[in-house]
Design a protein around this ligand. Structure first.
Ligand code: GLP
Length: 634
């Protein structure tokens, strides 16, 4: 098989950055250069702007350039891509408010030069209002630089699947997946508007330069399809292939599904490191649908891997070696098997019992991602602590709070003890006062946090954990923030470091690597890394193994798995029961990559079962379900 030419495969110019921050600095520098050049020529710069988590760091960098390097926005006009229909500009989730908070209020942009589609135009006015928006862009001289994020349906702006390349600014209906992705911002999917006004794909394509930004593994599939697939209405971002000057600036996680990253041996000669060899052979086995031990030389040769054979010898040897490596990832002893030979086990036998610390960005991540493993650790008598890094209170709906209030009132009234009623009544009044979209008061958030704690306890009990094993950290960054706008601070790191030093774990389970940098798991992971750096000189850290779980809604790819913990049918059922204890999360949990029609509860079981099927197909034993971990070395 001859190699694939990347320039034919990637139909959009793509720059991959190690981190989102570096990408944002580069794009901001280009914007600044454009503004300064236009300023010298006494011309206005017209920027097309986007909302969402993705551009937040870009805006922070533009603000820094303004404050520290004198970049002026006095001659800049902006047009935002979109706005929720029915929200006024003061609504905390309106894109107008978002832009004010994230950029406009911090630079010298003239407010009359900022444009966001009017979400309050009546049905009668809306067509005309959209046409006026198009006209205003034309009158301003057209967009110089358009910034885009990408939704998981492949949408740009709010051009959902089905939007054609000629589409212009208009009223649209939001896709179910898009509304689910916005559910947490709106404190419940039922509060997310059903419609929005968006610039069309055609409007976007008219911009002279386009930068699409994407971070995190959750965007990887849709990014790859947009760049490598055919232009199609199913993925509106793919129409950017027809633009003369469009660049995708993405981080490594978002690039992970591009052919040149995922299957580099198909694209050209590669260095056959042990890691890549493992990845390629596992891929080969899945591609030709043969267990590892049945792969033959022709399979290698026909799939771009003949140089591997030339370098490393016979298919038979390669197959056997990888079979053993994969076999050795499997263990029913996630804390290590005491008094056993551990030379081929993922976790060491000693010390026993271990202090195992499981870090969860939010309650439910524990049972959802490693419920079976936790059950085993507890049964095998390790000292397990589950620390919930944030309270997760933003993910509880007001309706669930009302139910709790009524319960407290009823119990307390019955006992003629009025104190609880006082608190419950106060929260009830606050709920009534804030209305559907208002900010939660501290008391409301506390009560929501307590609800999540009670769910976490009831789930942990099913996993065999004592409730004393649970630690609710309520990290301050979360308590003070909103989704997409969190900022961690010193006190978060201090609290994390204190917990680590108190427990001095022998093994640590955590998540957040490769997630969108502004997401709760990614922020928690960064806090953990900073805290670990502070414990560098402590003795315990030298002997602490860190195991990463992938996070709700996705699993490690087979070649990334260093520990695979099989679950028996009973354990698996118990795990599912544990997930069901998180009653308030039924409609709140983030939806998951590419799975539109499954709620996240079902998805946990789908993923664990799928891993078991994959292992079976590779020629390993057949299990009911498997949870997976990747070793992380600092
Ligand atoms: C919304 C916005 C898009 C944005 C997308 C992704 O749908 N209308 O413009 O690109 O969300 O959001 P995020 O950047 O938070 O992932």
């Amino acid at each position: 098989m001859s190699p694939i030419d990347v320039s034919n495969l990637e139909k959009i110019s793509t720059e991959i950055f190690a981190e989102a921050d570096t990408a944002c600095v580069a794009v901001a520098a280009n914007i600044a250069e454009c503004i300064r050049l236009n300023d010298t020529n006494k011309q206005t710069t017209v920027l097309g702007l986007a909302t969402g988590s993705t551009p937040v760091r870009l805006y922070r960098e533009l603000i820094r350039l303004h404050r520290e390097e004198g970049l002026s926005f006095a001659n800049v006009t902006t047009f935002n891509l979109d706005e929720y229909y029915g929200l006024n500009g003061d609504h905390p989730e309106s894109y107008r408010r978002f832009m004010q908070d994230q950029l406009f209020d911090h630079v010298d942009l003239k407010s009359e030069n900022t444009h966001v589609p009017n979400g309050l135009a009546t049905r009668d006015e809306v067509i005309q209002s959209c046409q006026a928006y198009e006209q205003a862009i034309i009158d301003a001289g057209g967009i110089d630089i358009q910034i885009l994020g990408i939704g998981r349906t492949g949408h740009i702006g709010f051009n959902e699947p089905g939007s054609g390349p000629e589409s212009r600014t208009r009223l649209v209906t939001l896709d179910g997946l898009t509304r689910r992705d916005a559910a947490r911002d709106f404190l419940g999917e039922e509060n997310v508007p059903r419609h929005a006004i968006t610039m069309g794909v055609g409007t976007i394509l008219d911009a002279r330069k386009v930068y699409l930004l994407a971070w995190g593994e959750a965007k990887a599939s849709v990014v790859a399809e947009s760049i490598e697939g055919e232009p199609t209405e199913t993925i509106p971002a793919s129409f950017l292939q027809t633009h003369r000057d469009c660049v995708f600036c993405i981080d490594e996680a978002a690039a992970s599904r591009l052919t040149r990253i995922r299957y580099p041996w198909l694209v050209g000669p590669v260095e056959w490191t042990p890691e890549r060899t493992r990845k390629a052979i596992l891929w080969l086995s899945q591609k030709v649908q043969k267990p590892l031990l049945k792969l033959i030389e022709e399979d290698y040769a026909e799939n771009g891997m003949s140089d591997l054979l030339t370098e490393k010898g016979f298919a038979y040897d390669l197959n056997i070696e990888l079979f053993n490596t994969t076999q050795h990832t499997i263990t029913g002893w996630p804390g290590g098997k005491p008094r056993a030979d551990d030379s081929n086990r993922p976790e060491r036998a000693d010390p026993f019992p271990k202090r195992s610390l499981v870090l969860c960005p939010e309650p439910m991540d524990d049972v959802y991602c490693l419920g079976g493993t936790l059950h085993r650790l507890a049964n095998q008598e390790h000292e397990v602590t589950v620390a919930y890094q944030t309270s997760g209170n933003l993910a509880v709906s007001d309706n669930d709070v009302r139910r709790a209030i009524e319960l407290i009132m009823e119990v307390e009234q019955d006992r003629e003890d009025r104190e609880g009623v006082g608190f419950a009544r106060k929260v009830e009044q606050q709920l009534n006062a804030k209305g559907q979209f208002g900010e939660d008061t501290v008391e409301i958030r506390h009560l929501k946090g307590f609800i999540r704690r009670s769910e976490a306890r009831s789930s942990a009990r099913l996993l065999g954990l004592k409730t004393e094993a649970l630690c609710f950290m309520d990290l301050p960054f979360y308590e003070k923030g909103r989704y997409r706008r969190f900022k961690s601070e010193e006190s978060d790191i201090e609290q994390m470091a204190e917990l680590l030093n108190n427990i001095q774990p022998h093994q640590l389970f955590a998540t957040g690597l490769g997630h969108d940098p502004l997401s709760v798991p990614a922020i928690c992971f960064q806090i953990l890394l900073n805290a670990l750096a502070r414990c560098e000189d402590k003795k315990w850290i030298k002997d602490c193994h860190i195991w990463l779980y992938r996070g709700p809604g996705s699993e490690w790819e087979t070649h990334e798995i260093d520990m695979a913990v099989p679950l028996s049918p009973d354990e698996f059922e118990n795990k599912i029961r544990g997930i069901y204890q998180h009653q308030t999360q039924r409609s709140q949990s983030p939806s998951v990559s590419g799975k539109r029609d499954r709620n996240s509860w079902n998805l946990a079981s789908d993923l664990n079962r799928a891993t078991a099927v994959t292992y079976d197909a590779l020629g390993m034993a057949e299990y009911e379900a498997i949870e997976t971990f990747k070793r992380f070395k600092i």
